[in-house]
Ligand binder design. Structure first.
Ligand code: SF4
Length: 478
């Protein structure tokens, strides 16, 4: 396989254009992320500052588009349609994309929302199954029960293409995973999303550029050509403790970086200066690694808007070489890898984030020789029994009862056991049948914290049975 050369898009800060046009013209895009305001205050009050930031972005030619999405730490945000209508009134000409969370949404509601969003002239949607609902059902011991109140991104992508043909339809994956299982599961899900009709991938927030580099190499190694936007979060004083406390499901920050930022928080001016430099460097690194653009989120202070966007464009223009950028990144952090220092943290490739290795090179890059673990004896037995008894399409009451006991299915719906290696997706609190959400914890535990993510078991069985490619198959409606 020949050496692959990373494609870097141009910076064109002074032209008025949207993300879609930029993609066609080979221009790196900077989108502004707007978090839906929380319902804990009246709408006008809750949205005032964010709207002021959006109005600045509407006049700023450097910002290609606006993306609206839920703040992952906000339990009860205002509805997407209500916010999108308000923003559309103020930003008549800017391209706007809606980040739709599948939590608490059903297919009919999604269909109606898509029609409304197209009607008010939004440009597309980016789907995500979303974090846990604040009122997710649990049993008397506090263990989460399976719920059917979550839509997963492959089904949402399929629906978006049906309801809104011609729109820009993307989906979120989380590359900031540190076990082999979680890492590959996110990449298999990415392939499934693309096969299901996603024409854009968006990464979750994170602070480890080695993982962003890994994602680009993975795509190069597998010849996956798809635009990817990286979400970058401008932190405010107080945010770091919330990230470290796990208030943002799926967001992982290393203890080293968290401790440093918490020290800086004691002097807000120093903290903001640090964050401006940090965000600028992250943006420049993304462009050099081959990302199509970034989504800048977290700015709700109108006074911070200009310094933040200026810092990003200054950095984009300063760092035109990978070598210089890696040096600047290391100098900024003072150590080579501040992000995750434990040798147990899994990366597929070595060396990532090295000055001599921007491009994936089959001859020089070392691919980790760690392999997917064997399934447990119990999981192998469940699979064999369920398979030999034909439980996946059992209709008689006795075999249905066995299925329920053996495979963990429930009566809520007809779980498709073939998709999940005979382990019913009812064992996932969100009932996801088409791959994991992006919110497992750094050690592979489920977002709800009560067990390992069920998809780790599914992956091990799929690997044993040589069914891995099934994890990438396009979503098929029931
Ligand atoms: S089991 Fe996995 S996919 Fe399901 S909610 Fe937990 S972390 Fe997400």
């Amino acid at each position: 396989m020949p050496r692959i050369t990373t494609t870097q898009l141009r910076i064109a800060p002074s032209e008025e254009s949207g993300f879609q046009k930029n993609l066609n013209d080979g221009i790196f895009s900077v989108l502004l992320g707007y978090h839906l305001p929380s319902t804990d205050r009246p709408f006008k009050l809750a949205s005032e500052e964010g709207l002021a930031v959006c109005k600045q972005a509407s006049k700023d030619k450097r910002i290609s588009s606006l993306m609206l999405y839920e703040d992952p730490s906000c339990d009860l945000p205002y509805g997407m349609l209500e916010v999108a209508q308000e923003i559309r009134k103020s930003l008549r000409r800017k391209e706007i994309i809606a980040g739709i969370s599948g939590r608490g949404l059903d297919k009919k509601e999604l269909h109606e929302l898509l029609i409304e969003l197209a009607h008010i002239k939004l440009n597309g949607v980016v789907n995500d199954c979303g974090p846990a609902l604040h009122d997710h059902p649990q049993n008397t011991k506090g263990i989460p029960e399976s719920s059917t109140r979550y839509l997963d991104s492959p089904a949402m992508i399929w629906q978006a293409n049906q309801t809104w043909p011609g729109g820009l339809h993307g989906a979120v994956i989380n590359p900031y995973k540190y076990t082999l299982d979680d890492t590959y599961l996110q990449y298999y899900k990415m392939a499934k999303l693309i096969n299901s009709g996603s024409n854009l991938i968006v990464t979750e927030y994170g602070w480890d550029p080695a993982k962003l580099h890994e994602l680009q190499w993975y795509m190069q190694q597998r010849n996956i050509v798809e635009p990817v936007l990286a979400k970058i979060l401008m932190l405010s004083p107080g945010d770091v403790s919330r990230v470290m406390n796990g208030d943002y499901p799926g967001l992982n920050m290393s203890r080293e970086l968290g401790t440093r930022l918490q020290r800086l928080e004691q002097n807000p001016a120093d903290f903001i200066r640090y964050e401006l430099k940090h965000v600028g460097l992250q943006a420049a690194g993304c462009r050099l690694m081959g990302y199509s653009g970034i989504i800048l989120g977290g700015c709700s202070d109108p006074e911070l808007y200009s310094p933040m966007v200026d810092a990003v464009f200054e950095s984009l223009e300063t760092y035109s070489s990978w070598n210089d950028w890696v040096e600047a990144w290391q100098e900024f952090h003072q150590v080579a890898n501040l992000n995750f220092s434990s040798p147990d943290q899994y990366y597929i490739y070595n060396p990532l984030m090295d000055q001599d290795f921007l491009d994936f090179d089959t001859e020089k890059v070392k691919v980790s020789n760690q392999v997917i673990s064997e399934p447990t004896t119990m999981d192998k037995m469940i699979y064999q029994l369920a398979d030999s008894l034909g439980l996946s399409d059992a209709q008689d009451p006795i075999r249905k009862q066995i299925r329920s006991l053996l495979c963990g299915s429930s009566d809520q719906k007809d779980w498709d056991l073939q998709k999940t290696e005979m382990l019913a997706a009812a064992q996932c609190p969100k009932g996801l049948e088409d791959g994991p959400c992006g919110n497992s914890k750094v050690d592979g535990q489920c977002e709800f914290g009560h067990q390992a993510c069920i998809y780790s078991r599914i992956l091990r069985l799929a690997n044993k049975h040589k069914h891995l490619e099934a994890l990438e198959q396009a979503y098929e409606p029931e």
